[in-house]
Design a protein around this ligand. Sequence first.
Ligand code: SAH
Length: 293
Amino acid sequence: MNNPKLTSPAEVTRLLTKYDFKCKKRLGQNFLVDQNTLQIIINSLKLNKKDCILEIGTGIGTLTSALSPLVKQVISIEKDKKLTPLLKESLPSSNNIEIIFEDIMNFDLVNFFEQKRTKGEKIEKIVGNLPYYISISLIRQILELNRYLKLAVFLVQKEVGERLMAQAGNKNYSILSLVAQYYSQPQKVHIVPSTVFYPQPKVSSMIIKLDIYKKPQVQVGNEKLFFNIIRASFQQRRKRLINSLSNYFKGEIDKAEIENILTEASIDKNRRGETLTLEEFARLSMAMGNKLL
Ligand code: SAH
């Protein structure tokens, strides 16, 4: 059975006190104590009984226990082993919950997905109320697993959500925006105030849904080159493209050649890198890739 009490602040404080558990800020331990927010996260996962779902950050098991009756299997990865005795009480005794005590940043997800697949368990959806200190690099790592995944729903700091969705010209437009939009279609689901957490963080959060493409929607040729061009353009985001690119590729491609490449891609060399759309970066990557062959 689902434990509906886990979203009640009184129950959460009872559990934390009983197990003498001190929430660690450094691990982003802000637990969800709002049934409505939990329901919005669950609805955006469009679950069915065949789903195997991966959760990042079990916490006290709020999302884990709500997911369990709705899917075939929930696998949840949690770094903090100190939560073990508390989870023994808070989690339902369903046989479709697997908790793995590991640091997600050191966890070999590819190997894990492959192993699960050999057992007929396809993990295609991923969810988490992400600890802030790892959210950006983790989202990036997860999107690079696009060949396995279909959907990710994350609760992130609002500012991170805004960066994921930002378009060229917006002040939040960044490398993360391009990574997210290359691999997926990011959508804002809901803004949530800090009051839905215990303890309360200082900032608002956002539920964000990433519909992950099996195949990216733009052709870039060499992906490594594509992301290097993006890095070059954002490293010196106030500089003109011709300068930031020739600086970055110094010794590899000379300035005159870069000018030709930009002309070929129909991109004005005087623009700043941060104004280029995903499609323009893709075109630039194709043009440069052809020259480097
Ligand atoms: N899903 C729960 C908990 C969210 S708090 C809820 O919504 O209430 C974030 C959780 O991520 C914490 O339990 C924290 O211990 C865990 N965590 C932090 N860093 C982690 C890491 N590197 N790997 C796995 N889990 C981590």
